[in-house]
Design a protein around this ligand. Structure first.
Ligand code: NOJ
Length: 738
């Protein structure tokens, strides 16, 4: 009996050791992973290796057969445990090597609990909360079988016509970098093998947001300096935060498409930054090298993409057909294929997929739309709202007014607040503005509603009813803007005004003389001069996700004091675009008294609302700006302190922003560059001392030789609540003595 027990024990231990060795285990060390990857690689045929580099979308019997043949290593757009497990079973149980599939999805601003769109999240200037939202998105997505998100989207966007501006953090490389880092950490957590974390994939590498004319997929022609100083920093921050994959973009960068760009994908990403994850192409962006005109056929496209550093082909069908022939004809070495496959397999191990290929269908319980998730969604939605105008303190409204009119095509809409890329978000989960308001006001308050018109189109039939109910109310709340699909991919606009006859609706209601509050819902900065000049109160709510109506009602009725700030400049007219705060001075900076200076003759040069702008129901005052020294050396740091006082009678949030200006340098420098910020809550009459530490390397730039340096000389340092109203002082970086 004893001997039998002992034998069983020994057999169990051996089985455990063997299965752990073969199938991986959690928290493997890098060298263990390396060993396993190399062992696996040594057993793979060339075709099986290429299969790991191939990703398809959705499922079909054809794909299932391809999995069996080892021709697919990854899928996108597979959601739900049942389907994920079904396909995974084929890969694990019906193939020679049993290598698990990796499932990727666009989990951009939430999985089922939809958070504000990324542009709105950036308006919160609250990276901790944004990180938390990303970790929730990861948890929900992982619980339904997703291993990998194609996020964060970290493209800098200076052109609001570009629909994908909605998916990123706006125009500024510093704010964009902070948000990129927060999201990567949120998605990936401390340990990728944790079943509730997912692999991040910063995208679209790189400069996709520089599309000419704001037209999606269009040509990008920028200097290497602009590439390095504006478009690359958020990617660098994401890589620094540990992002394990990167997506190569659709666009060309000054003649070389991003998905065949050796400078960006290999020299900079891997060479300069030491990125050791894998690169996935955007959807067919390898195949599109033919349309770009740098490849004659898929073979040349595959050759160029692989050589540049793209490891996985998303839906291009190029690697599958071209790579083995390219190897057989000795156009490429099998070692390049091995390198790419190693990079992919390493992450399959790091994610723990070999040990836990399947998802337990029960694990979605208590995860999807969990109370705590909804609570974070509410907090982030409130923090993302930007108060653009509030004349005569019309806001906040009293909860016990006897009648309120809620008007507009988006007032009772459950689709728009989902925004683009809403993943598993459902319109039934959305609290529309009308519902949020009804839940907020007193029982004796009548809430009257009229749609007025649609977002698009010219049907005026509803305007009369809107006027009629407005006349019965003490105040009118008009919710106007864009539909969700008017921003995001392939949704560039040539105009930035409110679509359809929405301005007409606002004007008609305004004419009644009843005070009007406009709530904007949109995925980009809009140019709405009439509304800004005439309507006394305007809230920018972007697309706020599931808690939209609750968050807006909290702000409208004063249960939450808005503190969001614009992560992007709002133009007065589309003619000003591109318009961004960190522009250069030019040789002839604007001087309204001198004709021959940089300006328009028919429009002010200033934006409608500057970057960093946003009001509160209270007032903040900045004073006593101090620096620890007027002169620092290249090895010192500069301590900048300022006092911020809440002069009103309500507690409020302020985003304290720090900008610098390098006054004289060997290459021209922007008039302002954001280098630090902090969102703080200040009680009435409270004064807070806010401290920033600046290091000389934060004050550097790329010189004529394209080396990153910090040059000695004078700098301005400016602090304030937006990029225009700032208190400032100067300091100098001294020439070092040796
Ligand atoms: C194309 C988009 O550009 C990219 O952002 C997305 O991740 C992929 N399609 C996959 O859906």
């Amino acid at each position: 009996m004893m001997i039998r027990i002992r034998l069983i024990l020994i057999a169990t231990i051996i089985a455990f050791v063997i299965s752990n060795y073969l199938f991986g285990q959690q928290n493997l060390t890098n060298s263990q992973i390396e060993e396993k990857v190399n062992l696996l690689l040594s057993e793979m045929t060339l075709e099986e290796k290429i299969g790991q580099m191939v990703q398809y979308s959705g499922t079909s019997p054809k794909y299932e057969q391809m999995i069996r043949e080892g021709k697919i290593g990854s899928f996108l757009n597979i959601r739900g445990a049942t389907e994920a497990n079904r396909l995974q079973r084929i890969a694990v149980e019906e193939t020679k090597l049993g290598i698990p599939l990796i499932f990727g999805n666009d989990v951009i601003h939430g999985y089922r609990t939809i958070f504000p769109i990324p542009l709105a999240e950036a308006a919160s200037w609250d990276p901790d909360l944004v990180e938390k939202a990303a970790s929730i998105a990861a948890k929900e997505a992982a619980s339904e079988g997703t291993h990998w998100t194609f996020a964060p989207m970290v493209d800098i966007a200076r052109d609001p016509r570009w629909g994908r501006i909605a998916e990123g953090s706006g125009e500024d490389p510093y704010l964009g970098s902070v948000m990129a880092r927060a999201k990567v950490i949120g998605f990936q957590g401390d340990e990728l093998a944790d079943p509730f974390t997912i692999l991040a994939c910063p995208k679209h590498f790189v400069a996709y947001g520089g599309a000419e004319g704001g037209k999606d997929y269009n040509t990008v022609d920028i200097s290497e300096r602009t590439l390095r100083e504006i478009y690359l920093p958020p990617f660098k921050a994401a890589v620094g935060a540990g992002a394990g994959s990167i997506m190569s973009a659709f666009n060309e960068i000054s003649g070389i498409p991003a998905s065949a760009n050796e400078l960006t994908l290999t020299d900079i990403l891997r060479g300069e930054w030491g990125f050791n994850g894998f690169v996935v192409s955007d959807w067919n962006s390898i195949g599109e090298l033919v349309s770009h005109g740098i490849a004659a056929d898929p073979y040349e496209a595959g050759y160029k993409a692989l050589k540049a550093g793209v490891d996985m082909d998303m839906m291009g069908n190029v690697y599958l057909i071209s790579l083995s022939e390219l190897v057989n004809e000795e156009e490429i070495h099998e070692e390049s294929i091995n390198d790419a496959v190693r990079r992919i397999l390493r992450y399959k191990y790091r994610l723990g997929l070999f040990e836990h290929p399947y998802i337990n269908p029960d694990c979605t319980k208590d995860v999807i739309l969990n109370e705590k998730h909804l609570d974070t969604a509410l907090k982030l939605a409130r923090e993302s709202i930007v108060l653009l105008k509030n004349e005569k303190k019309i806001l906040p409204l009293k909860k016990d007014l006897n009648a309120i009119a809620v008007i507009g095509p988006l007032a009772n809409d459950r689709e728009a607040p989902l925004g683009s890329w809403a993943c598993e978000g459902k319109s039934k989960d959305i609290i529309p503005v009308l519902e949020g308001i009804k839940n907020k006001v007193s029982s004796k308050t009548k809430v009257l509603y009229a749609k007025g018109c649609k977002v698009e189109g010219g049907n005026r039939k509803g305007i009369q009813k809107a006027i009629k109910i407005a006349k019965k109310a003490k105040v009118v709340i008009i919710v106007v803007g864009e539909n969700a699909d008017m921003s995001g991919e392939a949704a560039s606009r040539a105009f930035l005004d409110l679509p359809g006859i929405q301005v007409e609706l606002v004007k008609a209601v305004y004419k009644t003389g009843i005070p009007v509050v406009v709530v904007l819902m949109n995925g980009r900065p809009l140019a709405i001069p009439w509304i800004v000049e005439n309507v006394p109160a305007i809230l920018e709510s972007w697309f706020l996700g599931v808690q939209c109506g609750n968050a807006i009602a909290d702000v409208l009725f004063g249960d939450y004091n808005p503190g969001g700030k614009l992560p992007v400049t709002f133009p007065r007219s589309v003619g000003q675009v591109p318009i961004y705060y960190n522009h250069k001075n030019t040789g002839r900076p604007l001087n309204k008294f001198s004709k021959y200076t940089s300006k328009y003759i028919d429009l002010p040069s200033s934006p409608q609302f500057p970057f960093g702008y946003g009001l509160s129901y209270t007032k903040f005052n900045y004073s006593n700006l101090r620096i620890n020294s007027g002169k620092i050396s290249l090895s010192d740091s500069l301590v900048v302190e300022v006092e911020v006082k809440n002069h009103g009678d309500r507690t409020g949030d302020e985003v304290v922003q720090l900008y610098i200006h390098d006054l004289v340098a060997s290459v021209t420098r922007p008039v302002k560059e954001l280098k630090g910020f902090l969102r703080i809550t200040i009680a009435p009459n409270e004064k807070r001392n806010v401290k920033f530490v600046l290091y000389p390397e934060q004050l550097g730039f790329y010189n004529c030789e394209m080396e990153y340096i910090t040059e000695p000389g004078k700098f301005e340092v400016m602090v304030g609540g937006n990029s225009v109203d700032l208190v400032k002082t100067t300091f100098e970086i001294e020439q070092s003595s040796n």
